[in-house]
Design a protein around this ligand. Structure first.
Ligand code: ZN
Length: 590
């Protein structure tokens, strides 16, 4: 085990609010902070961070713990790695004697890094060795020596076993080299170089340590681009090419440009766009986004003229939704990629292209509209369906509203139709926005209201007028009351059949009737208490939502939005204040 005193030292030097706040948008809520949970999809914040207790907890998915737990979960680390990361962050040198297991894992990783390092040195050597074929090619691609140096670009010769032999001479046997991903072992058990006759690009971790390689074929290889396979050091979905070289520039410009290949990233750096990174043979992932937002919350996707499209755009929407990042898109002219554009037309043309990006959401909608081609209603509705999962996961009510109006406009559909599509569909039905569970008293009130309705059908109009179903927690009881109140008038048969179809509700009702309701001294007064309790809970929750939106509006300094949110909050507070007057007087005398 790790040394307790050392762990405590790191803990004391670390503020959980700062650590969490770097990756999650926290809102002050009384003494604590609230946020949308980064560990499960949710629309209302149930994730809380307590500065006084230095812990976090999610009431939605139950995850919780101290700052170490958070780092382990968020960055997918084991405890020693989380401790190391936080110690480094706090500027505390490693001190604790590692366990044999720690040591073995660390040794293995160190050894793989060593192999990658040795490989990098070989590739660098071969770039200028022999006939200088690699260097000549690199220069022919417009890469000057400074860029070649900066990125550590190298060359893998065509021989087939040059690296196998070079590594063996340094004491690295093929199995180890294969574990590092630079050598492959064939079915016949023979080892050969993974990269042959290729320009090589070292792929590094954010600290700049080489963890893998990319290779651009010089000749007519089957695959123009080739990457190392995933290893213990290298995960494509979490790694961004060039990030360690771009970090400062990303912070300075407060934006990251993301391209699809390392040649493109290198070309952009060479042209003066030092805030560029590249994905490595995958689409952008949520892990990428979370990595990037430590440096800047604005992501600028740069698509090739012909590689853009609906799928890429929608996929990017899916991984950036609720991450609190602003994502914009630039599509290059047809037939161009960043490399060709920078070399063919120069940095100024590139800068001009980057000047007027489209917000990702608008871009995705426009692409879908383009594909639907203004055809009949059903094909437009079909196109719309690709966006619905994204819309459903939008955490912010205002954002969802914006989505609906924008989409309705773009697809020339009535707002109601978009809302209906959003509410229906194959995905789980979006419930009317409902407050989080609050336990016993509310369940009590909800059952009470349903029972009262069976006894006093004349209270139907009152319940319907005040939409009491909205105030219930989501669940079978809520669904039942929603369905009942959706009718024009109460059918007792309908209510009875619904109760019959939900034995768990009717069973519980029966129990409560026997134990409680049969003995109520003043059922009507109690009914009014129940209704007000439900209403109050819902309004309080709406009020907290409104306060959250107000803070967002304040942060965005959008005055129109700010005024609108203030107005909403005022209306809500009036409603809360007038709650005592919410009274059902009983049936009018017939
Ligand atoms: Zn959660």
């Amino acid at each position: 085990m790790s040394d307790r005193a050392y762990i405590d030292r790191v803990r004391e030097a670390t503020d959980i609010v700062e650590v969490v706040g770097e990756v999650v948008a926290l809102k002050r809520q009384g003494r604590d902070y609230a946020a949308l949970c980064p560990f499960h999809q949710e629309k209302t914040p149930s994730f809380t961070v307590s500065p006084s207790k230095q812990i976090f907890h999610c009431f939605g998915c139950g995850v919780g713990g101290d700052v170490f737990t958070f780092a382990m979960r968020y960055d997918n680390l084991d405890f020693p790695a989380a401790l190391e990361q936080l110690a480094k962050r706090a500027g505390i040198p490693p001190e604790r004697p590692p366990t044999p297991h720690d040591r073995r894992v660390a040794d293995e990783r160190d050894r793989l890094r060593e192999v990658c390092d040795l490989t990098q040195r070989c590739f660098r050597h071969w770039l200028t060795a022999g006939d200088g074929r690699g260097l000549a090619y690199a220069r022919g691609r417009g890469l000057d020596d400074a860029v070649i140096e900066r990125f550590g670009i190298g060359y893998a010769p065509p021989a087939g076993t040059a690296l196998v032999r070079a590594l063996a001479a340094k004491g690295v046997e093929p199995p180890e080299a294969a574990a590092a991903g630079v050598v492959a072992v064939g079915e016949d058990g023979r080892a050969y170089d993974r990269f042959r006759d290729r320009l090589t690009f070292p792929i590094t971790d954010p600290e700049g340590r080489v963890v893998a390689f990319g290779g651009r074929a010089l000749g007519e290889a089957k695959a123009k681009y080739l990457n190392s396979p995933e290893t213990r050091l290298f995960r494509k979905g979490e790694t961004l090419f060039g990030l360690h070289l771009s970090q400062n520039e990303i912070r300075r410009r407060n934006e990251t440009v993301v391209v699809e290949g390392y040649m493109d990233a290198v070309a952009l750096h060479a042209a003066g766009f030092g805030h560029t990174v590249a994905v490595l043979g995958t689409a952008l992932t949520r892990a990428h986004v979370r990595r990037l937002k430590r440096y800047s919350r604005r992501i600028h996707l740069l698509f090739d003229g012909d590689a853009a499209g609906v799928r890429a755009a929608v996929r990017c929407l899916e991984v950036t939704v609720n991450e609190g990042v602003r994502v914009v898109v630039t599509v290059l002219p047809p037939g161009e990629d960043p490399d060709s554009l920078c070399r063919g037309q120069g940095a100024e043309a590139m800068a001009a292209c980057l000047e007027a990006p489209t917000p990702l959401f608008e871009f995705a909608v426009a692409e879908l509209v383009k594909r639907a081609g203004g055809r009949d209603l059903s094909s437009r509705l079909n196109a719309l369906h690709e966006l619905l999962p994204v819309a459903r996961s939008l955490g912010d009510v205002a954002e969802r509203h914006l989505f609906v109006t924008h989409v309705a406009d773009a697809f020339q559909l009535p707002v109601g139709q978009v809302e209906a599509a959003l509410a229906g569909g194959a995905a789980p039905r979006r419930r009317p926005v409902a407050p989080p569970a609050a336990g016993g008293a509310l369940t009590e009130a909800a059952y009470g209201v349903v029972w009262f309705l069976t006894e006093h059908p004349e209270s139907f109009a009152f319940l319907k007028a005040h939409r009491v179903d909205r105030d219930l927690e989501t669940g079978p009881l809520h669904d039942l009351l929603t369905e009942v109140l959706a009718s024009e008038s109460l059918s007792t048969d309908h209510l009875a059949s619904l109760l019959h179809a939900a034995p768990e509700i009717s069973g519980e009702l029966a129990r409560r009737v026997l134990k409680e309701y049969a003995h109520l001294p003043d059922p009507i007064a109690t009914f009014n208490d129940w209704v007000r309790a439900l209403r109050r809970h819902h309004l309080r929750w709406e009020e907290s939502e409104a306060r959250r939106r107000l803070m967002e509006a304040e942060a965005s300094s959008d005055r129109t939005r700010l005024r609108r949110e203030l107005e909403r909050l005022k209306v809500l507070r009036q409603e809360i204040a007038s709650l005592p007057t919410l009274i059902w007087e009983g049936a009018e005398k017939k």
